[in-house]
Design a protein around this ligand. Structure first.
Ligand SMILES: [Zn+2]
Ligand SMILES: [Zn+2]
Length: 181
């Protein structure tokens, strides 16, 4: 996902960039997101132009991950799109402190190309939700027989004991609390 500096002018140009799925897949396997796979290549549509000695890059990156639902354990498609925005400045024109504080929004130009691969991958990985759900309304698995409640009906009932009634009312309170957020 590289842009050649020589191809840039003061007029904004569009670049369609692509990285193979396997390249971001390597990042997933080593990261915290091992419950995810990626099936499609990573694609970015980027606008870039020169502004004096600087280069402005903006656009979006997208791919489709395959996640495993935390409730029903089924695999599901997770299409994600993340914004890309970065200002590239000549080396030495900005203090290192300012670069660090810019949290990746400012970087230094080096060489003949701009390699957007790390930035694109970072932005996509940041966009992954912390809890993977096939659907907000996923009913999950029956805790007694393991049936997937989204597609199967079972007749399991919680045993009607004082403890189970207290648990049920506690679960209700918790979800009401979450709804109030
Ligand atoms: Zn689910
Ligand atoms: Zn059941």
């Amino acid at each position: 996902m590289r842009i050649s500096l020589a191809s840039l002018s003061e007029e904004s140009q569009t670049f369609d960039l692509e990285a193979p799925a396997a390249a971001i897949g390597e990042r997933l396997e080593t990261g915290e997101d091992a419950a995810l796979r990626v099936r499609e290549p990573v694609r970015a549509r980027i606008e870039a132009y020169r502004a004096g000695d600087d280069v402005v890059v903006a656009g979006a990156v997208e791919t489709t991950f395959v996640g495993v639902c935390a409730r029903c354990a089924e695999a599901f498609d997770l299409p994600l799109k993340a914004p890309i925005q970065i200002l590239l400045v000549p080396p030495g024109s900005v203090e290192q402190e300012d670069l660090d504080r810019g949290e990746g929004a400012v970087a230094t130009l080096s060489g003949e190309e701009i390699d957007l691969t790390p930035l694109c991958f970072d932005q996509l990985l940041l966009a992954i939700p912390s809890r993977l759900l096939c659907d907000e309304a996923c009913l999950g698995l029956c805790p007694w027989c393991g049936a997937n409640r989204n597609s199967e009906h079972c007749d399991c009932r919680p045993p009607d004991t004082t403890a189970s009634r207290r648990l049920a009312s506690l679960a209700e309170q918790l979800s009401a609390h979450k709804r109030r957020g």
